[in-house]
Design a protein around this ligand. Structure first.
Ligand code: ADP
Ligand code: MG
Length: 697
């Protein structure tokens, strides 16, 4: 029997372990660093490092690593052993404060978007004490931030921490205006629902597209997909269940609050949701979780696919980002509350988020833009590329009544004054029904549904934190100056509703009418990543990030470059993989089968003169035409892929891939998929969609 409370966080050097193992004074000063970001003294670091090493060695560790999150979107680690030679030719296990606090991995092979000239190839990692160290597979993992010699940030964690700090600062200003003097910190927090696919390793290994790109580039639809909706929440198969159990246990060991698991809509698709926590921890833990999912799958003869759209024609995978702001005293600032004061405060924070989303639709859109997520956003299961906010009917009616200074049905037939009157109770269940909305208020949090399954939580949450912080700053500037706070609060909320209501949409986001309506409302519709990403470096966005001290102008520009380059590289790899599969597998298979059919047809005709034309002949002709198309499209794709390499400007290159290369990839796929549906299954070189999607029994 598994004792969950006992194993929970047993591989983590958390506060409890620190308290047990560190002298009182050292522990106190470390907590100050963890909670309030106070700098850490080297004498303290030395003691902490030694205690950490002793603890890790007891857990079987021989190495340590500075674990960081470069711009690749995944994590990086380089392992050093604790060994230190002694005079008598032996070794002892040592770990110094210096080694704990600072590392120096070679930065030259990580994406930097041109930050790194040769003289600054050195990169540094600095211990992030706000995220706990842990032991995994014989190594002590120390979460760190990663930056260059010249101080430029090279990772996803540092700006995330900075954005949380900006939100903390501005939200506290607002709280003080409401007379809250007890809260010391406002913490941005996230619960991320992680979707993924599980397929059998044996079929995976026969698909170059899955191996090289994480998604299928070819594949005719299986006769059965998700039409019957019989996979969602259905009983979990024993093999998947065994995987999930082992996964839960392992995640719990690392202190990850794995909570909910179930089957998702598409065949072979599943979901895992942990309980929400502060974003920096949630982000680290989500990275670790994705890695562990792959490892555990592999031990079960399975492969875990985290790509946003591994299979055409069925749902892709997202990472629903449930975001809220909480205080260190346990208040949720997006909870409506029950008293007039709580309601007024809630309305202000709610409107700050709504205004932030309206003012920065472009930033939210591009924070989830990637080659993989392009297949999902705008397709029929995910939110569209247009950002809007769902608030539910009740709240929308309240906002409308406030805006028009009208009576609201729940409020004793009088016009509500914020800060004076209580809002009617907003029932939670009416706020969570619309699953098509990209940004939905769900009772006490916002659910950003556009995030792709393979994304780091950092990018989207840096954006949400920064845009909300900047809006709160504007609100605080205005309200701090106001002679009558309650009147000013009411006026500000009413004005904000009026100016930002275009972003609120409670209807069906998948409908074509919404696309037209959104255009009439002037909402931004950035259709793909190539179109969206360059806006990161728009003047207004650079100004915002500089104001919030999240990114420097140069960091924004280099990050734009990195994301665009990544987009082009992913499409380049997909294009080459398609060429390889089309020319070396599909074309010969179809060709061989045509020959077989043609020979059969000829034999039949010779043996049975005067008989009807055999069906083999017609199929052979169809396949011959398709194979001609496959060869032609492959040639066209090859030429385009070479041409793409001559486009030197990154944004132009990404556009070239989106507009020129991708359509031809689609055409090549169509021809091949049609050929697949006419070819003898035994002659087809790859496992089919049916084999892949129903491989786990
Ligand atoms: P579902 O969306 O499937 O109905 P829930 O909305 O209950 O499920 O929860 C989904 C995720 O939202 C979970 O990770 C949960 O911990 C998280 N969550 C719940 N409350 C909050 C909150 N106040 N802030 C951030 N995340 C939250
Ligand atoms: Mg939810």
């Amino acid at each position: 029997m598994m004792n969950v409370p006992q194993i929970f966080a047993s591989d983590v050097f958390n506060c409890q372990v620190m308290q047990e193992r560190l002298p009182k004074e050292i522990y106190k000063s470390l907590v100050k660093t963890i909670r309030f970001g106070h700098p850490l003294d080297m004498s303290v670091a030395n003691v902490v490092a030694n205690a950490m090493k002793d603890w890790a060695v007891e857990k079987g560790a021989t190495h340590f690593t500075h674990w960081f999150q470069p711009m690749t979107g995944i994590t990086a680690e380089k392992h050093d052993s604790f060994i230190s030679p002694t005079k008598d030719g032996k070794v002892i296990m040592e770990f110094s404060g210096k080694e704990l606090v600072m590392g120096e991995p070679d930065a030259s092979s990580f994406p930097s978007g041109g930050v790194r000239a040769t003289f600054e190839a050195r990169g540094y990692t600095a211990w992030d004490p706000t995220s706990f160290a842990f032991v995994k597979d014989g190594t002590l993992y120390i979460p760190t931030a990663f930056f260059s010699y010249s101080g430029e940030v090279l990772d996803k964690k540092t700006p995330l921490l900075k954005s949380m700090e900006a939100l903390n600062k501005e939200a506290l200003r607002i709280l003080r205006l409401f007379g809250n003097t007890t809260a010391q910190r406002v913490i941005a927090q996230v619960g991320a629902e992680q979707e993924y696919f599980l397929i059998d390793r044996a079929v995976y290994e026969k698909r170059k597209d899955l191996i090289f790109t994480g998604r299928t580039l070819f594949g005719a639809k299986a006769p059965k997909g998700q039409e019957l909706e019989d996979h969602y929440f259905c009983p979990i198969k024993p093999r998947v269940s065994a995987f999930m159990k082992e996964l839960d246990e392992e995640l719990w060991r690392y202190g990850i609050l794995a909570k909910t698991k179930h089957n998702e809509v598409a065949p072979a698709q599943h979901e895992l949701a942990p309980i929400f926590t502060s974003i920096n921890v949630a982000s680290d833990q989500n990275q670790l979780m994705m890695e562990i999912m792959k490892e555990v799958a592999s031990r079960h003869g399975l492969v875990c696919l985290l790509h946003e759209k591994p299979f055409e024609g069925i749902n892709g995978s997202g990472k629903h980002n449930n975001w809220s702001m909480g205080t260190d005293t346990g208040l949720n600032l997006l909870d409506p509350g029950t008293t007039p004061a709580e309601n007024g405060q809630f309305m202000l924070f709610l409107m700050a988020v709504i205004k932030a989303v309206n003012d920065h639709q472009d930033l939210l859109r591009l924070s989830v833009a990637s080659a993989g997520n392009d297949h999902r956003l705008g397709a029929n299961e995910a939110p569209p590329a247009i950002v809007s906010v769902f608030v539910g009917e009740e709240l929308e009616a309240i906002l409308a009544a406030l805006e028009k200074e009208e009576t609201y049905k729940g409020s004793d037939r009088k016009v509500m004054k914020l800060g004076v009157d209580a809002l009617p109770v907003i029932p939670k269940d009416t706020t969570d029904r619309n699953r098509t909305s990209p940004f939905a208020f769900t009772g006490n949090k916002f659910e950003f549904r556009m995030v792709g399954s393979s994304f780091s939580l950092a990018g989207p949450n840096i954006t949400i934190n920064a845009i909300v912080a900047d809006t709160l700053r504007q609100f605080a500037d205005e309200l701090e100056k106001a002679p009558d706070f309650t009147a000013a609060l009411h006026a500000l909320v009413v004005r904000t509703i009026r100016e930002n209501k275009r972003i609120i949409f409670n209807g069906n986001n998948y409908s074509p009418e919404w696309t037209e309506e959104a255009a009439r409302r002037g909402l931004c519709n950035l259709k793909n990543a190539a179109e969206a990403l360059p806006h990161f470096a728009d003047e207004k966005n650079i100004a915002l990030f500089e104001r919030m001290k999240v990114f420097t102008a140069r960091e924004v520009v280099t990050r734009t470059e990195i994301m665009l380059e990544n987009y082009s590289k992913v499409l380049g790899i997909e294009g080459l993989t398609m060429l390889d599969m089309a020319r070396r597998d599909i074309f010969p298979a179809v060709s061989g089968y045509v020959r077989e059919l043609a020979k059969t047809a000829a034999d039949v005709k010779a043996a049975l003169p005067g008989a009807e034309t055999p069906a083999e002949e017609e199929t052979a002709r169809q396949l011959l035409a398709l194979n001609t198309e496959i060869a032609a499209k492959a040639k066209e794709l090859e030429a385009l892929l070479s041409e793409a390499q001559t486009v030197s400007e990154t944004a132009a290159q990404a556009t070239f891939f989106a507009e020129k290369v991708l359509p031809v990839m689609q055409q090549l796929r169509s021809a091949a998929d049609e050929a697949e549906s006419l070819t003898d299954e035994k002659a087809w070189p790859f496992p089919t969609y049916g084999d892949l999607l129903f491989s786990v029994t």
